[in-house]
Design a protein around this ligand. Structure first.
Ligand SMILES: Nc1ncnc2c1ncn2[C@@H]1O[C@H](COP(=O)(O)OP(=O)(O)OP(=O)(O)O)[C@@H](O)[C@H]1O
Length: 430
């Protein structure tokens, strides 16, 4: 900060006459007089004031926030404050009540306002605008009139805030902990305005208004459970968060940052929302696991029924057609294992690869799918099994799909049933 201050002093015009100093600051496009002061180094007049103003100009610059020419806040500032307003508006009614205003106050300035001070703030707004206070709370307009968490001069959220350090050792996975699910539940409740336990497109839009971009595309509706209208249900919403946390924990941290997780839950950072699981090898050795999310990769020849299998896991049948550009290669849902709720994540692996990537192979269980109606489809499963899984420790199972259709004789030296017997593979046949 000292460096910045020195550069401020040097780069701005100082008119020195041994007893007087006038200073002005040239900004890129306009001239901004922050302050004009008379002072004397000889008589020590206003010297501490001078340094106070110089320091203020550097440490709390108004440039990124306010346009003095237009006499209004800059759009990026309005966007940032709107985000803060929405995060602080815990019940999402568009008004900051005393409790929410105090939450904001405590978060930003580390101390709550006394009841009288709260009234005074609202009175200042009332005096200046008609619609700044409603139902004894501050509206967005009133809040903007008054005036940040975690912003830098560009009013973007700090990278350190969005991406706190989180170490993930090899063979470990990432899951959300109980408190994180509670937080996400409260975010859901806040936006499910009609209480139908599903998020309409408008409700989803509203939920993500505090994000700089829309994080969920139409593929999400084909990844998780939806209701009859195709809207993401509460269960689906939690599943999608679970999937993001498992597949891309950095993204999850970023998203939780936009939602103000660490601020609302009073945690040091979003990393507090994540459980890093024990090394999978130790789980296997001990034959015990605390994990709640398991990954199953689905492999099969083109057209063997992989997508339909993923969709069936979400309770959907073939009548529900999926647009090619809305297709998802994942589906995730809950299932019960020995009475405990677990998430099972299915991943459809593209069939055209000669070599499967590490990601295609790394999973807890593999399903090899073939189409009973297509005589050429079993060969792919047999080849993939022999090349990649025969000698691996990953459990595999064979699935015969489309068993409602005529069963064709497979062009392979062994029948699927004999192949499974020979390799001790569990199979799901008719
Ligand atoms: N049980 C079934 N009975 C009849 N037809 C089915 C059945 N399951 C899937 N199909 C049909 O088979 C075709 C291929 O299914 P699907 O898209 O699920 O396979 P896929 O393995 O995902 O294909 P791709 O490799 O091209 O992604 C689709 O037209 C689908 O409607």
């Amino acid at each position: 900060k000292v460096n910045i201050m020195v550069s401020f002093l040097l780069s701005n015009t100082w008119l020195l006459d041994h007893s007087r100093v006038f200073f002005s600051v040239y900004c890129s496009s306009w001239l901004l007089y922050l302050c004009v002061s008379q002072c004397s180094a000889k008589n020590l007049k206003n010297i501490s004031e001078l340094f106070y103003y110089a320091q203020k100009a550097v440490l709390h610059p108004t440039g990124p926030l306010y346009c003095p020419e237009e006499k209004e806040m800059k759009p990026s500032c309005i966007k940032s404050l709107t985000r803060i307003f929405k995060v602080s508006d815990l019940d999402n009614d568009g008004i900051l009540n005393d409790k929410e205003l105090n939450f904001f106050q405590r978060t930003c300035f580390n101390m709550p306002l006394a009841p009288q001070a709260l009234e005074d703030v609202k009175n200042v707004v009332r005096k200046n605008m008609t619609d700044g206070v409603e139902d004894n709370g501050l509206t967005l307009k009133g809040f903007l009139f008054l005036h940040t968490f975690g912003c830098d001069d560009d009013l973007e959220l700090h990278q350190e805030y969005l991406f706190p350090l989180l170490k993930i050792p090899a063979d470990c996975t990432t899951e959300l902990n109980h408190n994180a699910y509670l937080f996400l539940q409260s975010v859901f409740d806040k936006h499910d305005k009609d209480r139908d336990c599903a998020l309409s497109p408008e409700e989803v839009k509203d939920l993500f208004k505090v994000f700089p971009y829309m994080p969920w595309g139409p593929d999400v509706n084909n990844t998780v459970c939806t209701n009859d209208q195709g809207w993401i249900t509460y269960q689906g919403y939690l599943s999608q968060w679970t999937l993001t946390t498992y597949l891309d924990v950095q993204r999850c941290l970023e998203y939780l940052g936009y939602l103000g997780y660490s601020i609302i839950c009073e945690q040091e950072s979003q990393a507090a929302a994540i459980t890093v699981t024990r090394n999978k090898r130790i789980d296997l050795q001990k034959k015990q696991t605390q994990r709640s999310v398991f990954r199953c990769n689905i492999l099969g020849a083109r057209g063997s029924g992989k997508t339909s299998f993923l969709q069936a896991f979400l309770g959907r049948n073939l009548l529900r057609k999926i647009r090619e550009d809305h297709k998802s290669f994942y589906s995730i849902n809950t299932t019960y294992v020995y009475g405990q709720e677990k998430y099972l994540l299915l991943h459809e692996v593209m069939p055209d690869f000669d070599f499967l990537s590490e990601e295609d192979l790394a999973c807890d269980v593999v399903c090899l799918v073939y189409d009973v109606n297509n005589p050429r489809s079993f060969e792919y499963c047999a080849k993939v099994y022999k090349q990649y899984f025969m000698d691996s420790k990953t459990p595999c199972m064979m699935i015969a799909s489309k068993s409602d259709l005529h069963e064709a004789r497979q062009h392979y030296s062994l029948t699927p049933l004999d192949f499974c017997r020979k390799n001790k593979l569990p199979s799901l046949f008719k």
